[in-house]
Design a protein around this ligand. Structure first.
Ligand code: M6R
Length: 364
């Protein structure tokens, strides 16, 4: 069922505009431009704190969502990888929403964390792609993603659909908390509905990305840099590359470079910079200059404005459409997925079944 695609991963990357639109269709009311969540039988406005728990790519979706919950709804968020969560003896006060994010809904560590939170009296929210999964069954608030079955071991379309659901939830919570008025909510919904077209525009650069894969394929180490809500995308990009191309990669907050990792930079280390133009751009450009000065080979992923301002001296640039900051994490997921995909193809690895990995991790 791969159709004209070589791999499931490739097919799933290209399905994103459709499945994100499908997911948004069940979370926003298009005509009124407001968020419409599934029936909830508890008072969301009473939520005092959110605890997010997930693994891998789903954890990175949670990291992006932390920015949104705090920025829009002003609700404090704690976030952990599931395998660490219970062992740090987290403080779980009354009035807390514990939110679990999982494609499969079966990841053992995440499920154990869910049960732990349930026992501690937290309200349990889950964002899952498999509606019949264990996590879905144990939720108080079930928020399904509508990505359809994801076959490739590397998660792609589930991630962007998780982001779509989480952005809608953050806006809804902000409204309930009296932090967002109707006009602002409509503004958020309008930008979310722009996502499918922007994802398509990002996918249109597939050939450019394929053509530059040979620049990354010989590398031993690759760094990914991002700021703000694009920082989790840098980590997601690094994870994708590690998983399927077996190249060591790290995602770093752009400003953290000079606190250590810059020591790794030489002319053999590609540095992938995710930097949409906007308020954080200038700061990231300074970090790029620090890398260039040490011979680092920069690949800049930005929009036209950003590439015009800072593309000179880069070994390659990947142009994204100009997008609202809210949807940048969804759109910038595409180039990092495609880059990992094409590098893996260049290296001839098994893209859909990378070594040592399972689609669903059901042991702790
Ligand atoms: O099914 P889940 O979302 O709970 O899975 C979590 C991770 O195992 C998963 O995201 C993993 O990191 C992927 N292979 C990433 O591409």
């Amino acid at each position: 069922e791969k159709g004209n695609y070589r791999h499931f991963m490739q097919k799933e990357i290209f399905e994103q505009p459709t499945v994100v639109a499908q997911t948004l269709a069940s979370y926003v009311h298009r005509a009124d431009e407001v968020v419409a969540l599934p029936q909830i039988d508890f008072d969301l406005s009473a939520i005092k704190r959110i605890t997010i728990v997930a693994c891998g790519t789903s954890y990175y979706a949670g990291l992006v969502a932390k920015y949104w919950f705090e920025q829009f709804a002003r609700v404090p968020v704690d976030i952990d990888v599931a395998s660490e969560f219970r062992y740090r003896e987290p403080v779980l006060e009354d009035g807390g929403l514990a939110l679990f994010i999982s494609q499969s809904g079966e990841t053992a560590d995440t499920l154990a964390a869910l049960r732990h939170c349930k026992e501690a009296g937290q309200t349990i929210g889950v964002v899952v792609n498999v509606p019949t999964s264990s996590m879905a069954r144990e939720a108080d608030l079930l928020l399904p993603t509508h990505a359809g079955p994801e076959i490739g071991v590397a998660s792609t379309k589930a991630f962007t659909c998780q982001l779509a659901v989480l952005a809608a939830l953050a806006a809804h919570l902000a409204v309930k908390k009296g932090r967002m008025d109707r006009a602002e909510e409509q503004e958020v919904v309008k930008h979310l509905l722009e996502a499918p077209a922007c994802l398509n525009a990002a996918l249109a650069h597939d050939d450019d990305i394929a053509a530059m894969a040979h620049l990354i394929a010989p590398a031993r180490d690759v760094l990914y840099l991002g700021r703000g809500s694009d920082f989790p995308l840098a980590m997601e990009g690094a994870l994708k590359l590690k998983e399927i191309s077996y190249i060591h990669a790290e995602g770093y907050a752009s400003g953290e470079m000079k606190h250590g990792p810059i020591a790794l930079i030489d002319d053999k280390v590609p540095v992938i910079v995710l930097a949409p133009s906007g308020s954080l751009f200038e700061k990231t450009v300074s970090n790029m200059q620090e890398v260039s000065a040490r011979g680092g080979q920069i690949v800049l992923i930005s929009d036209k404005e950003g590439i015009e301002a800072a593309g000179e001296g880069c070994i390659a640039t990947i142009e994204m459409p100009k997008v609202h900051p809210l949807i940048a994490p969804l759109v910038y997921a595409v180039p990092v997925q495609l880059l990992a995909y094409h590098v893996a193809c260049a290296k001839g690895t098994d893209v859909d079944q990378p070594r040592n990995l399972a689609k669903s991790v059901t042991v702790e």
